[in-house]
Write a protein of this length. Structure first.
Length: 403
């Protein structure tokens, strides 16, 4: 297992352990299995029952959690530095010795099904589920990380154990630890509590990379007061400089509290309370979304306003002068510094860089390279990315049936 230590003057220790297995690597009959396993690792080991394990995690006095992403599953603990050994011992037991108690699995299956059904009640979550479903033909992004009801119900204990045994191995994992400890101290503790973990070679399946389909789709849902609008763009062929330019553009477009979309859709026209953009720039996933909610009567005008904003960027009617670009650069630099200052955030950032086989110090190069980004770079990347969107509109209806 790759071990990365980040030495900081701090009274805390932040541990992030990532397994390079997420929903994009699941076969069709395995959809949701990574997320199910993530839940089950808190349900007991060969050495601890569910109650004992979670009592001991709570006794650390810090924060512990886990999450499943498209490309990885991550377990994290942040606690006082004197809890370093206890935290690593517990994490090692969970990762290496989980035993998937049958009774606990059936209870957790119901928890996951409840989680899945709750997402259908949330307009925002449902909108993202729908646009990914309609926006891709074969990409794994069209499937939910949590899985669907049919597959979650079908998964057996032996399915989880086989998948866990195949992928939860040191050659497919990385641990990132931010603390005041020296690197050799970190290595000693990790070796002490992970030395029984058996090596296995893993070969990841090839991930299907697919552009979004240009289309507009409507769904209808009962018992909602407002509709939602969601745009999806993909960008798989940008170089590093273009991705940096896109970060600046995306922030100005929809991520800041004074964004172009916020000013036009909310402040100038009063069409929505909330409108934002968000982006994923991980190795296998390059997506940009624009989301808003509004009254059914305002759907068309809100969409026209979003389209006009994008058109004005692509036609260079919206000006990106030096002052504006400098402010955006400063905001991105502030975000980087904030990450570096927080032990949990820097540990998590470094972990994902390692899992994606990216440079750990990529942020240093980014901070240098961002100074060379100008308006021409921003306009050019806008033309490349903002074309042929998938658009999903969720509208109120007297029926819960979807198109």
């Amino acid at each position: 297992m790759k071990v990365i230590s980040i030495k900081k003057e701090t009274s805390l220790i932040a541990i992030n352990l990532g397994v390079k297995i997420g929903s994009i690597y699941e076969a069709n009959n395995e959809k949701g299995i990574c997320h199910f396993i993530e839940h089950m690792l808190f349900k007991g080991t060969k050495n601890r029952t569910n109650k004992v394990l979670n009592d001991e995690l709570e006794q650390l006095g810090g924060e512990y959690n886990a999450y499943t992403e498209y490309s990885s599953t991550v377990y994290n603990i942040t606690a006082l530095k004197e809890e370093a050994e206890s935290a690593l011992e517990l994490l090692g037991d969970m990762i290496i010795n989980s035993n998937f108690p049958k009774a606990e699995m059936e209870k957790e299956r119901e928890v996951i099904l409840s989680e899945l059904r709750s997402s259908r009640d949330d307009i925002e979550e449902l909108s993202f589920i729908k646009i990914n479903k309609y926006g891709f033909n074969r990409s794994p992004l069209k499937y939910e990380i949590i899985g669907d009801e049919k597959r979650v119900k079908a998964l057996k204990r032996e399915d989880l154990i086989e998948f866990y045994s195949r992928w939860y191995v040191p050659s497919n994992s990385c641990i990132s630890i931010a603390s005041s400890m020296e690197h050799n101290e970190v290595i000693e503790l990790v070796e002490k509590y992970f030395n029984t973990w058996i090596y296995k070679k893993v070969i990841h399946p090839e991930v299907i990379i697919e552009d979004n389909k240009p289309l507009t789709k409507r769904s209808y849902k009962n018992d909602i007061e407002q509709g939602s609008i969601l745009y999806l763009y993909t960008f798989h062929n940008l170089n590093k400089k273009e991705e940096l330019a896109l970060k600046i553009l995306e922030h100005r477009l929809g991520s800041s509290n004074n964004s172009i979309l916020f000013r036009e859709v909310r402040e100038n026209k009063g069409l929505a309370y909330e409108i934002y953009s968000e982006m994923n720039m991980s190795k296998s996933i390059k997506t940009l979304y624009i989301y808003t909610t509004t009254n059914k009567e305002n759907i068309n005008e809100a969409m026209s306003t979003i389209d006009e904003c994008i058109e004005k960027i692509n036609n260079r009617e919206i000006k990106f002068n030096k002052k504006t670009i400098d402010i955006m650069k400063k905001i991105l630099k502030t975000a980087v510094v904030s990450t570096l200052e927080d032990v949990t955030d820097i540990s998590n950032y470094v972990l994902h860089q390692a899992l994606d086989n990216e440079e750990l110090y990529q942020f240093v190069d980014d901070m240098k390279d961002i100074e060379n980004i100008d308006a021409e770079d921003i306009y050019n990347v806008g033309v490349k990315v903002f074309k042929n969107p998938t658009i999903h509109i969720l509208l109120p209806k007297e029926s819960d049936r979807y198109e």
